[in-house]
Design a protein around this ligand. Structure first.
Ligand code: HEM
Ligand code: HEM
Length: 407
């Protein structure tokens, strides 16, 4: 191939980025239009995938724009009419603008969303919300969210339209008598074959088939509904008359999300136990829990729990539990009940805490459970007060191994 011919092609990087972004966008439109189930409920993994690929596109587009400024694209073939050159130029500009604006609007949408759902790219990389937006008043977010959602949807249609014009243009030049442009944008591997010079055919066929192609991709259910530590603390002698084995102890919470059970632990907590079975009246237990240490095994849940409407870990890094009023439960040997006062985000709820004590080789194990109402504790009351997603009650089960400190 001569030098002149080689310089008429796009660079390898431009070609790679062009096709990568084109592939991603096709998938994104199909995904975006199909990520709700038959009851209009969001299918969470699809949303996360959509956000992951969308942000990837944003990153690729930034790279592409920079590359574009550093490597001017080859001049369009001489035999193209000036109006075609201008149309091609403006469609390219339009594509650039829309393909930037789409992921940016998506990012604004999820940042301002009253649902405060975290974005974790490909289940691994936490992607932040845009600073300041999640802190706006709930009323403002409820008004802004559907507007941005609408903008995002309209822009996706604009993209489909531009995509069709672009594809129509490419096909038109390929099947007409002129030189064609596709060979400039396909890898050299395929470019060795001369593009076929088909006789000129109507633009209608070209644009019609392009629109039909996108109609198939986007034609699925079109839904206007909105969506809705530092490692465990090890042996620690605190005040009190019991030595807790933190490695063998656990505070676990569980509930359901969208019908699926979830469960997590607080990795960092400490407790002071003053307990003498013969003197229940003066028994007391105080527990301090690091709210940021909640681990569910799913980074999306973990990041969501950190948000203001859940644990609000920035403002309230600590939750406390105070157990008092210990008594024997219905004379059942080993089963006791205490009143647990749980304080989180300055809201306190009192619930009965029923537990069992067993002893083996001088080590005592306490296991107990209680139910906590999200409503009483003001957890997730902005996005899901009616418990459509996350169960209204969260079970907390505690298992503590400890040995009495003998004076
Ligand atoms: C690269 C570009 C992107 C394209 C082509 C795209 C395309 C779409 C499409 C076609 C829909 C369906 C609209 C409808 O008809 O209802 C949609 C919805 C949505 N997109 Fe994107 N998107 C992109 C990037 C993003 C990004 C980066 C995010 C977030 C970080 C995002 C978040 C959303 C959300 C949350 C919805 C659902 C809105 C709702 O139904 O509540 N998108 N997107
Ligand atoms: C099957 C789909 C596609 C085909 C066949 C196609 C074909 C082409 C061809 C032949 C060119 C070279 C035009 C020239 O020589 O100047 C080109 C350039 C370009 N295409 Fe596509 N394209 C497709 C999808 C897309 C998509 C989805 C986008 C959306 C971003 C896009 C954006 C662009 C842009 C912006 C350029 C100008 C080159 C640049 O500045 O990077 N293309 N395309």
């Amino acid at each position: 191939m001569s030098e002149a011919a080689a310089s008429e092609r796009y660079t390898g990087v431009a070609i790679a980025l062009h096709w990568l972004v084109a592939l991603a966008l096709g998938g994104m439109i199909a995904l975006g239009k199909n990520m709700h189930d038959a009851d209009h409920r969001p299918i969470e993994w699809m949303f996360q995938l959509h956000k992951s690929i969308g942000i990837t596109v944003l990153v690729l587009m930034i790279a592409r724009l920079i590359w574009r400024f550093m490597n001017r694209p080859p001049a369009l073939p001489e035999d193209m009419k000036p109006i075609e050159k201008r149309a091609s130029h403006w469609v390219h500009i339009g594509l650039y603008v829309v393909v930037f604006a789409l992921p940016v609007s998506g990012w604004i949408m999820v940042s301002v969303s009253p649902f405060s759902i975290a974005t974790v790219l490909y289940g691994t990389v936490s992607w932040p919300h845009i600073a300041g937006l999640p802190e706006l008043a709930l009323g403002t977010r409820e008004v802004v969210y559907p507007r941005i959602e609408q903008v995002h949807e309209i822009m996706s249609w604009v993209l489909i339209g531009l995509f069709a014009l672009h594809l129509g243009g490419a096909i038109k030049h390929e099947i007409s008598d002129d030189e064609g442009v596709l060979k400039r944008m396909i890898p050299r591997l395929f470019g060795k074959t001369t593009p076929p010079r088909a006789p000129a055919r109507g633009a209608l066929l070209a644009f019609g088939s392009a629109f039909a192609f996108f109609g198939v991709i986007a034609g699925g259910p079109i839904i206007a509904q909105s969506l809705g530590g530092d490692g465990p603390v090890t042996q620690d002698i605190s005040e009190g008359n019991w030595l807790i084995d933190y490695d063998a102890s656990e505070i676990r919470f569980s509930g359901t999300h969208s019908g699926d059970a979830f469960s997590g632990v607080f990795e960092d907590w400490s407790a002071t136990i003053n307990f003498d079975a013969d003197d229940l009246a003066s028994a007391s237990v105080s527990v301090s829990v690091d709210t940021a240490s909640a681990q569910t095994g799913d980074p999306i849940y973990d990041n969501t729990l950190e948000a203001a409407e859940w644990f609000n870990i920035k403002a309230f890094p600590e939750a406390t539990v105070a157990l008092s009023d210990f008594r024997q439960e219905d004379e059942v040997e080993g089963v006791m009940v205490a009143t647990a006062a749980l304080t989180i985000k300055e809201v306190t709820a009192e619930v009965p805490f029923i537990f069992e004590l067993t002893e083996a080789d001088g080590v005592w194990t306490m296991t107990g459970t209680t139910e906590l109402s999200r409503q009483t504790l003001d957890l997730g009351q902005e996005s899901d007060a009616t418990a459509d997603w996350v169960s209204a009650d969260i079970s907390v089960s505690v298992s503590v191994q400890a040995s009495p400190i003998t004076p």
